[in-house]
Design a protein. Structure first.
Length: 345
């Protein structure tokens, strides 16, 4: 991803490995400042994933892969390290893909590097396929952050927008703010701004307003886990955007690499949904919003049924939910994916 640092556009990754340390852009600090978090052992990695220093399914997977390679170099108890890292965020399937990949490759650093390079190359492919769905003048709505920060580079939902913009297409992005953690307002808006992509942040409950006024041409979101029938989990609030898009006859696309597809689960009811602490809902910028005695509920993801999905944008091409069997056969022939046994937490 390109980032403007002191007037100069620099290329940054969300996660990388340097001098036996896993380095992460601390996403809790954006957009105010670009700060690098250094993880030196598996405890730091588990903390960084759980506390959302790094977030977004593919980036969580890459962090876990580098983290396990580092743990092996540190001569840590690998069973413990796998357990700790595997318990951080239950919904993102990439986490378990990455752990299994590293287990199958003896926690080798070269394998972790390969995993990261593959994920970022695949997200570029997603961008190239997705770009074909974007016309000049398209107005696109997205939810949460499925950009380079969530992947390592390029992004999933944002990759097609990056490529469309780079090709000179004139696009406009509606960015859902994405309560409670505001990944849209803080991270997606920041990424789009760095590359000069025209956008506006909207309150989460404003999407229907613009859809009904025919100001949204298509929706592109990412995913945390996609099941065999095409149901998928993504950031809380995605489901209602999908229903609204359907009601307003707006195409609704889900962009994700093969590593997010969990073909071992037949439908969305089987996806474990992470519930996070109530303070994320109750406290904004250190200030309590509601009455002191009130509690909150905080599901981090929801499940959108396949009937609301126009198509999945993947590195293998674009597939309607009913065609996912065809995608699975391509995945089965893919050496990188083959290394990854299909199992889950
Ligand atoms: O809780 P988060 O910020 O990790 O949730 C992220 C999302 O829901 C993204 O849309 C998803 O991981 C896809 S990222 C390419």
């Amino acid at each position: 991803m390109k980032v403007n640092i002191d007037g100069e556009l620099k290329h940054l990754f969300a996660v990388w490995y340097e001098n036996d340390v896993v380095k992460l852009i601390d996403q809790r600090k954006l957009p105010e400042k670009i700060e690098v978090f250094e993880a030196k052992n598996s405890d730091d990695i588990a903390y960084a994933i759980k506390d959302m220093v790094v977030r977004g399914a593919p980036a969580i997977g890459v962090t876990a892969a580098f983290g396990l390679a580092m743990a092996k170099k540190n001569k840590e108890d690998m069973e413990e390290a796998v357990k700790k890292i595997g318990m951080t965020r239950p919904t993102a399937f990439d986490l378990f893909k990455a752990i299994n990949y590293m287990k199958a490759n003896n926690f080798d650093l070269g394998a972790a590097r390969r995993y990261s390079t593959e994920i970022s190359g695949r997200s570029k492919k997603i961008g190239e396929f997705g770009n074909e769905l974007i016309g000049n003048g398209s107005r696109i709505l997205t939810h949460c952050n499925a950009g380079a920060l969530a992947v390592v580079d390029w992004g999933t939902a944002l990759a097609p927008m990056r490529i469309a913009h780079n090709q000179g297409k004139n696009i406009f992005v509606f960015v859902d703010e994405t309560r409670p953690r505001l990944q849209g307002a803080k991270l997606t808006a920041w990424e789009l701004g760095q590359e000069g992509i025209d956008h506006a942040i909207i309150a989460d409950n404003a999407a229907g307003f613009y859809m009904r006024r025919k100001e949204v041409d298509l929706v592109i979101v990412g995913a945390d886990r996609i099941t065999a029938n095409g149901d998928f989990a993504n950031k809380i609030g995605t489901y209602e955007k999908a229903v609204l898009a359907h009601e307003n006859k707006i195409p609704f696309y889900v962009a994700a690499p093969g590593s997010t597809f969990d073909f071992s689960i037949s439908n969305g009811d089987g996806i474990p949904i992470e519930e996070r602490g109530e303070e994320e809902v109750l406290i904004v910028n250190g200030k309590s919003l509601g009455p002191a005695a009130s509690h909150a509920r905080n599901p981090a993801f929801d499940v959108t049924p396949n009937k609301y999905v126009t198509a999945f944008i993947t590195e293998y091409g674009i597939f309607r939910p009913e065609d996912l069997g065809r995608m699975k056969s391509l995945m089965d022939k893919d050496l990188f994916m083959k290394d990854v046994p299909a199992s889950t937490a």
